[in-house]
Design a protein around this ligand. Structure first.
Ligand code: GCB
Length: 602
C-alpha cells in the first residue's frame, strides 16, 4: 500500500495544504483517444470549463454530456511554493466517480476504481519548481460487476450501424460522475504520522481515550489532549496510549462535545517533526438486550436515509447544501442519518461530529441482486450463479477496510452498514457475508448492520444472524397493495412480527416512505399527494411503536433526488420530506411533532 494514508489533510505548522478546487478544463472522449494522443502530457485539446468539485452531468445544456458513458478528461495547472520542495508533496482526491487515472506533468501517478473513497499519490518527484505543473485526470463512469455499485454496460447496434452503449444499473439514483470531492495538494514532513486509530469508552464517569499511531520507529509519538477551551487535560508519550478523563463530557446528539487531540512526532532531541490533530468525542455505543445503547442508555434513532444529491451540482460536495441539510434535520428533531448508499464526503462526517448526528456509515454495496428498484418482483440469484465474482468480493472487502480506516475516528459514526438490499436469501450469501463481518470485527468494535429489502423473508435470511442490528426497508401500501394503507400497515405489522420472532436483535427501520408531489393535495388522500405521505408516516409510526425491538426510524428520503429516467419516477425520486431545493413538504411537520416530543426515552 506504500505511504498512502487515509488521514484527512490538515494544515498545521508542519503541514501545508492548497485546495485545487475551482474551474478546470474538461472534455469528453467518446472514442477513448486521449492517451494515444498524449493528452496527459500535452493537455486536453478542445476543453470547455467545468467546476470541481461537481458532477459534470447537469452543468451544461448538453444531453450528450448529461447522459455520457465513457471517458472524460479534466485538467488544471498550478505552481508549487518553493518552501514545499523539502517536504513530501501529496496530491489527494476526496473522491472521483467511478474510475480515475491521474498524471502530473505527463507522469502517471495513481489510479482509483472506487467512486466514493479518497485516493492520493506522492507527487514529490514529478513537480517542478518555478514552472506551472499540469494535472490531468481521466475519469470513467462505467459500472461492472467487479465493482460497487455493480452494473453492466450494454452494447446494441442501432439501425444506422452505430454501436450504442447504455448503462444498466441496479439502483435508482442517477449515475452522476466527475470529480465529486475536493482536490488538495498538501505536504507532510519526510518523517510523518501515517495513521491514527482513536477509540473511546467509559468506565463510570471516567472517559477513556485510546490512541494508536503508526509512524517511523525512529520518531517518538506524543499526544496532548485539550478540552474545547484549549486547556490541556493530559499529555502522553508513546505510539500506543490510554488517557483517562475523570468526569468526562460524554459526546451525544444533544451535547456534541469535542475534545481536541494533538499528535506530535519528535526526534531524540525533542524537536517536533510532524503535527496532526483530531476532534475526539468520548462516547460508547453498544448493542445489548435487543437495544442500542449510547453512553449506557437506550437511544432511539430518528432521522433519514439521505443521498449526496443536489440541483445542478449532482453529487459534488457542497458545504452550502450540507449545512442546510443539517439545520433542516435538527429542526425536524432528527438525531441520525444513514449514508445511503455509499460513503459520504469526510467533511459531512466532520459536521456530524460537530452538530451531533448519529451516522450509519454504509458501503457502496447497493443492488447486489438481479432486480433493481422498485423493490418488488422476482429475484433471480446472483450469489449462486457466479454473477457475484471473487473480484467483487475482494472489492467489497477492500471498500469496507478503507471505509473503516477513513471513518473510525468520528464519534458520529455509530455503526457500519455492509450493504443495502442484497440477495441475502441465497445460501451462498452466508459465506460471502461471514468474511465481511470477520474483517469488520478485526478492525473495529462498532456494531454491524445489514439493510434488507422487504422481499427478504426473516426466516430465510442467511445474513441477519451474522450482524448485530437489522435494517429493514419497508414500503407496504406503496410497492405492495399500492394506495391501500390499511392493507399496507397490516402487512407491515405481520412482517415486523416475523422479524421480531425469528431474531433476537434490535431493528432499525432504515427506509419507509412514499413519492410525494409537493403541492398536490387530495381529500381523501391518494398516492403522490401530501396527505398520503402524512398518513403513511402516521400509520407506520403507530406500528413501530408496538415493537420494543424497533430502535429507530429513518424516513426515505431526506430530500427528493435525481434518478435515471424511468416510468416510476417523475423527474427523480420524490420520496423526500424536503424538495430537492430543500424546502419542506407537509410531512415535515408530522415528523417534527413526533420527533421533538419524548419518544421511547427514559
Ligand atoms: C429502496 C432502495 C432505495 C430506493 C427506494 C425507492 O428500497 O433502497 O435506494 O430509492 O427503495 O424509493 O424505491
Amino acid at each position: 500500500k506504500g505511504a498512502e494514508t487515509l488521514l484527512y489533510p490538515r494544515m498545521t505548522e508542519k503541514r501545508q495544504k492548497k485546495p485545487l478546487d475551482g474551474v478546470w478544463k474538461f472534455q469528453l472522449d467518446p472514442s477513448g483517444k486521449g492517451v494515444g494522443e498524449r493528452w496527459p502530457s500535452q493537455g486536453i485539446p478542445s476543453p470547455i470549463h467545468m467546476p470541481v468539485p461537481s458532477s459534470y452531468n447537469d452543468i451544461t445544456t448538453s444531453e450528450a454530456i448529461r447522459d455520457f458513458l465513457g471517458d472524460v478528461w479534466y485538467e488544471t495547472s498550478t505552481y508549487v511554493p518553493s518552501e514545499w520542495m523539502t517536504e513530501r508533496i501529496i496530491l489527494r482526491f476526496g473522491a472521483v466517480a467511478h474510475h480515475a487515472k491521474v498524471w502530473v506533468n505527463g507522469h502517471f501517478v495513481t489510479e482509483s476504481h472506487n467512486g466514493f473513497l479518497p485516493f492520493e499519490a506522492d507527487v514529490t518527484p514529478f513537480v517542478n519548481e518555478e514552472k506551472m505543473n499540469r494535472i490531468v485526470v481521466k475519469v470513467n463512469n462505467e459500472l461492472t460487476w467487479d465493482m460497487l455499485p455493480p452494473g453492466d454496460v450494454i452494447e446494441k447496434v442501432t439501425e444506422d450501424g452505430e454501436i450504442k452503449r447504455t448503462l444498466h444499473q441496479q439502483h435508482d439514483f442517477f449515475n452522476y460522475a466527475g470529480i465529486h470531492r475536493s482536490v488538495f495538494l498538501y505536504t507532510t514532513p519526510q518523517t510523518f504520522i501515517h495513521s491514527l486509530n482513536i477509540g473511546t469508552d467509559f468506565n463510570g464517569e471516567t472517559g477513556i481515550i485510546t490512541g494508536e499511531s503508526e509512524s517511523p520507529p525512529s520518531a517518538f509519538v506524543y499526544y496532548s489532549l485539550k478540552d474545547d477551551q484549549g486547556e490541556i487535560i493530559a499529555e502522553r508519550h508513546g505510539a500506543t496510549t490510554e488517557i483517562q478523563v475523570p468526569e468526562a463530557e460524554a459526546w451525544s446528539p444533544d451535547n456534541p462535545y469535542l475534545y481536541k487531540l494533538d499528535v506530535y512526532l519528535k526526534d531524540g532531541e525533542g524537536t517536533i517533526l510532524d503535527h496532526y490533530y483530531l476532534n475526539v468525542g468520548i462516547r460508547k455505543i453498544e448493542v445489548k438486550d435487543e437495544q442500542l445503547l449510547l453512553n449506557g442508555s437506550p437511544i432511539y434513532l430518528k432521522g433519514f436515509g439521505k443521498h449526496e444529491d443536489a440541483v445542478i451540482r449532482g453529487k459534488g460536495y457542497d458545504p452550502v447544501t450540507n449545512l442546510r441539510d443539517m439545520y433542516l434535520m435538527k429542526e425536524t428533531g432528527a438525531n441520525s442519518f444513514r449514508t445511503a448508499h455509499y460513503p459520504y464526503a469526510e467533511e459531512v462526517l466532520q459536521l456530524a461530529d460537530q452538530l451531533g448526528f448519529l451516522v450509519i456509515d454504509e458501503t457502496s454495496a447497493v443492488g447486489l441482486l438481479s432486480q433493481g428498484v422498485p423493490a418488488t418482483g422476482n429475484l433471480e440469484p446472483v450469489f449462486s450463479n457466479g454473477k457475484i465474482s471473487s473480484h467483487l468480493k475482494e472489492y467489497h472487502l477492500d471498500t469496507l477496510q478503507r471505509l473503516i480506516e477513513r471513518d473510525r475516528n468520528h464519534p458520529s459514526v455509530i455503526m457500519w452498514s455492509l450493504s443495502n438490499e442484497a440477495s441475502t436469501m441465497e445460501p451462498e450469501a452466508e459465506v460471502y457475508y461471514k468474511d465481511l463481518v470477520e474483517l469488520v470485527r478485526k478492525l473495529d468494535d462498532r456494531p454491524i448492520m445489514n439493510v434488507n429489502l422487504m422481499l427478504i423473508e426473516p426466516e430465510k435470511c442467511f445474513v441477519s444472524k451474522l450482524v448485530d442490528i437489522i435494517g429493514l426497508n419497508v414500503y407496504f401500501g406503496w410497492y405492495s397493495t399500492p394506495g391501500d394503507l390499511k392493507a399496507g400497515t397490516a402487512e407491515l405489522r405481520n412482517y415486523l412480527e416475523r422479524w421480531a420472532k425469528t431474531h433476537d436483535k434490535p431493528i432499525v427501520i432504515t427506509e419507509y416512505g412514499v413519492d410525494t408531489m409537493p403541492g398536490l393535495h387530495k381529500v381523501p388522500a391518494v398516492m403522490f399527494s401530501e396527505e398520503f405521505q402524512v398518513q403513511f408516516l402516521e400509520k407506520y409510526h403507530n406500528v413501530f411503536d408496538e415493537f420494543p425491538k424497533v430502535v429507530g426510524e429513518q424516513v426515505w428520503n431526506f430530500a427528493d433526488f435525481m434518478t435515471k429516467q424511468d416510468t416510476v419516477r417523475v423527474d427523480g425520486n420524490k420520496k423526500g420530506i424536503f424538495t430537492r431545493d430543500r424546502q419542506p413538504k407537509m410531512a415535515q411537520y408530522t415528523l417534527q411533532k413526533r420527533w421533538k416530543s419524548p419518544l421511547r426515552e427514559g
